[in-house]
Ligand binder design. Structure first.
Ligand SMILES: CC(C)(COP(=O)(O)OP(=O)(O)OC[C@H]1O[C@@H](n2cnc3c(N)ncnc32)[C@H](O)[C@@H]1OP(=O)(O)O)[C@@H](O)C(=O)NCCC(=O)NCCS
Length: 194
């Protein structure tokens, strides 16, 4: 288990195929990130992102916050297609190390822009993120949850061998929660064994 950093650390990871770069956001990325979260198709199952703060100023501030808290309490990475340097989505760990002290659990989520979905980017980005979290960061376990109706995300999780549990989501509704421990992540074969 790796010790938690107290100073922010910016991150840059190339996926095994070399197709994608997962990196910490820069101020110039605000337009692309804003474009992704204001695309209704991208947030169909993410009602918490349907709010009034969709402005360039807000996302510029968020980027600064993400950079300042990178690998301190969370990790936010834009997903860049290296061929054309286009930001095609983002992924993140929130609630990193809620116990404090050591890396213990990360709450993971991902978004691929609707124009780029169905091309294997989501799977490749998540595998890259999981390998980094378990192999480099030394995270003990991670969680990922999604709305019960979010069939694309459920399909992606299942494709990666994750088994979720239906749990109540207050105040009403249900979601699927995936929990994955480091020892069940097989880096060598690039697949999950549970
Ligand atoms: C979920 C999401 C990340 C998937 O990304 P993606 O790049 O389209 O996924 P991939 O192309 O890597 O697909 C990998 C596997 O996921 C599953 N999958 C992808 N899209 C699916 C869909 N619409 N329905 C069912 N399964 C799907 C399939 O098993 C697929 O493998 P296959 O192509 O061999 O059949 C994407 O749909 C998305 O960003 N949605 C909006 C944001 C969101 O809801 N994020 C989840 C928050 S936790």
């Amino acid at each position: 288990m790796a010790e938690q950093e107290t100073e922010p650390q910016l991150v840059s990871i190339v996926s095994p195929s070399g197709r994608l770069l997962l990196r910490s956001p820069e101020s110039a990325d605000a337009v692309a990130i804003l474009g992704n979260v204001t695309n209704p198709e991208n947030v169909a199952y993410l009602p918490h992102l349907n709010h009034q703060y969709h402005t360039l100023e807000h996302y510029s501030e968020l980027i600064q916050q993400w950079r300042n808290s990178s690998l301190v309490t969370n990790l936010f990475l834009v997903i860049v297609r290296r061929d054309d340097d286009k930001i095609i989505g983002d992924c993140k760990f929130e609630s990193l190390s809620p116990e404090g002290g050591d890396w213990e659990v990360g709450d993971c989520s991902i978004m691929i822009d609707s124009a780029e979905q169905g091309k294997g980017y989501g799977q490749e980005a998540l595998r890259t993120l999981f390998d980094y979290a378990f192999g480099t960061l030394g995270l003990d376990s991670l969680t990922m949850s999604t709305a019960e109706e979010n069939l694309p995300m459920r399909g992606l999780a299942e494709k990666m061998g994750l088994h979720g549990r239906i749990e109540p989501k207050p105040p009403s509704g249900r979601h699927i929660v995936y929990r994955l421990a480091e020892e069940n992540w097989c880096i060598k074969h690039g697949r999950v064994e549970i």
